[in-house]
Structures are given as structure tokens and as C-alpha cells.
Ligand binder design. Sequence first.
Ligand code: SF4
Ligand code: SF4
Length: 121
Amino acid sequence: MAEFIKDLELKKINDIVNKVNKIFQKVDVFCSALLLQAWRRIYFVSNKKEVYTSIEKRKGDCMRCGRCCQASCKCKHLAYDENGLSICKIHDRKPHMCKIYPYNRDDFFYHLKHTCGYKYD
Ligand code: SF4
Ligand code: SF4
């Protein structure tokens, strides 16, 4: 009986540790996405020429997964069509920083880099 209670307690502790780990992972993703959002704007303002040269080397296509539009907080203009593809409700006048994502090999939200349709050599 004592062993059973001990096992039960260990299981509870493991569950708590797993939950705390998941919370830390979410906070980590959120903070790094916020930092990139700030950094990419600062970098763009002072390196416009380089950014436009770099973006010409961008390969692939947007797969309209919509993940970059909710990398930190979900954008209020993000919607999905009946096929599950993302739609920007303000596509014709969306912010320039949205239009040029990702503008170089470092301009990826790190948790989305491997699933994004755009690539750089
Ligand atoms: S993460 Fe990449 S593929 Fe997905 S919507 Fe954004 S740019 Fe497009
Ligand atoms: S404005 Fe449009 S493209 Fe930009 S984050 Fe929002 S939904 Fe995405």
C-alpha cells in the first residue's frame, strides 16, 4: 500500500513537472517571438538596402499556414478559409513588415523556421 501511494505521489510530481515545463516552453516561445518582432523592425530600418537584396534570394512560397501571424499573440486580422488556409483580412493594406516576412535567413520565428514555406540557402 505504501508503495502504491509512493507511486501515486511520484506520478503527481511528474505531471506537475511536465505542466510547468510546458508553461516555460510557451513563455519562451512568446518572449522570443516578441523579441524578433521588435528586432526585425529595428534591423529593417537601418538595413533597408540589404533587406531588399536579401529578399530577392528568398526561395519557396507561403503555404498560408498562418503561424507567423500568431507567433506571439494572434493577429486580429487573421482568419481561415473553408480549407484551413490562412487569410489576412486586410491583405491589400497589411503592414509592410508582414509583406516582407521572412526577409533574410535570420528573420524567422525560431519555432516556425522549419515549417515555413520560405527558405534561404
Ligand atoms: S509561417 Fe511561412 S508559410 Fe506560414 S503563413 Fe507565415 S510565411 Fe506563410
Ligand atoms: S496583418 Fe495580416 S499578414 Fe499581418 S499578422 Fe495580421 S493577419 Fe498576418
